[in-house]
Write a protein that binds this ligand. Structure first.
Ligand code: 0X9
Ligand code: ZN
Length: 305
């Protein structure tokens, strides 16, 4: 294991090596857990950062569910680095949280996008009866699975899979989150994508508005303000189906609708279209700082100050 730079996009093995390095270097703060195994046999490794206080609440962060959105694993590892390397100086509302961070939820797809097809989106599962590979993992979660904005065609970029949680990656997330302390241990569920500069919250499956829409809007707006105060970048805030498009089976809807995690957000990172998915690595530091400011604002919003 070893540290990472923020000047290049790293491959999956290097990212996992970084998690292992942290667990070895900071054993009182960091631990690595394998929550599942992909179709191609890669371990889904999650980093827990915690001071071990039993009263802590938790925040979930994942990245890399869509293979081609390389900025996402880059910023989730940036967030990890920022938390761990500055731990002693962090405010107590950040230190009294159990952080569960999975930087690469779709490592098979990520690897494929680095080696063979830069714009690959799905995982790499085989689909019986079809020559097309892969399921869109953000159409495979169990809340309103199969609805609008999804496809039953294995060749589609938004193929939902043959059933909810049919994929090892989504099943691993479901198993892990349901296996954690019950009650409202998880205060927030945050998932990083690109691109477009949006802070999205449920619902994604339909344009229906949640009963607590105003709470989500407030937390989202405060986070957008924190980002803007940092870098000047503008992030739009709103319900996913309205601001973007309806798409069912997303992880954000499942976190809120099934798991009851009130503050569930999808962040679409930089940029607004100039480079799109092919964002140059020179944007990692700036995007990482924006994502950290987002997470910091969320942690403030969801915990008692
Ligand atoms: O379509 C998606 O999965 C996300 N956009 S992306 O361009 N990164 O693919 C948006 C997901 C928003 N949430 C839901 N629709 N549930
Ligand atoms: Zn995405």
């Amino acid at each position: 294991g070893h540290r990472l730079t923020w000047k290049a996009y790293h491959n999956f093995n290097d990212i996992v090596g970084y998690l292992d390095y942290l667990a070895k270097t900071y054993p009182d703060l960091c631990s690595v857990q394998t929550i599942g195994t992909t179709h191609e046999g890669r371990a889904l490794k999650l980093l827990k950062i915690s001071n071990g206080h039993p009263a802590n609440e938790a925040i979930w962060i994942d990245g890399g569910i869509h293979a081609r959105e390389w900025i996402s694993p880059a910023v989730t590892t940036y967030i990890i680095n920022h938390l761990v390397e500055n731990w002693e100086e962090l405010p107590s509302y950040l230190k009294n949280i159990d952080w569960h961070i999975l930087p690469v939820l779709n490592p098979d797809g990520y690897d494929y996008s680095q080696k063979f097809n830069r714009l690959w989106r799905k995982n790499r599962s085989r689909n019986p009866g079809s020559n097309c590979r892969g399921v869109d993992l953000n159409r495979n979660y169990g809340y309103m699975w199969g609805g609008e904005g999804t496809s039953s065609n294995p060749c589609s970029e938004v193929y939902r899979g043959k059933g909810a949680f049919s994929e090892p990656e989504t099943a691993a997330v479901q198993n892990f989150i349901t296996s954690q302390r019950k009650g409202d241990y998880f205060k927030a569920f945050l998932t990083f994508h690109s691109y477009g500069q949006y802070i999205l919250y449920p619902w994604g499956y339909s344009k229906a508005i949640t009963p607590d829409n105003n709470d989500m809007k407030l937390a989202g707006t405060q986070a957008a303000t924190a980002i803007r105060n940092g870098s000047g970048a503008t992030y739009q805030v709103g319900p996913a189906a309205i601001l973007l498009y309806p798409a069912a089976g997303g992880s954000d809807d499942w976190a809120k609708g099934t798991m009851g995690i009130k503050y569930s957000f999808t962040v679409e990172l930089r940029d607004t279209g100039r480079y799109g998915f092919i964002l140059p690595a020179s944007y990692i530091e700036q995007s990482g700082q924006e994502a950290f400011n987002f997470v910091d604002a969320m942690a403030r919003s969801v915990t008692i100050l």
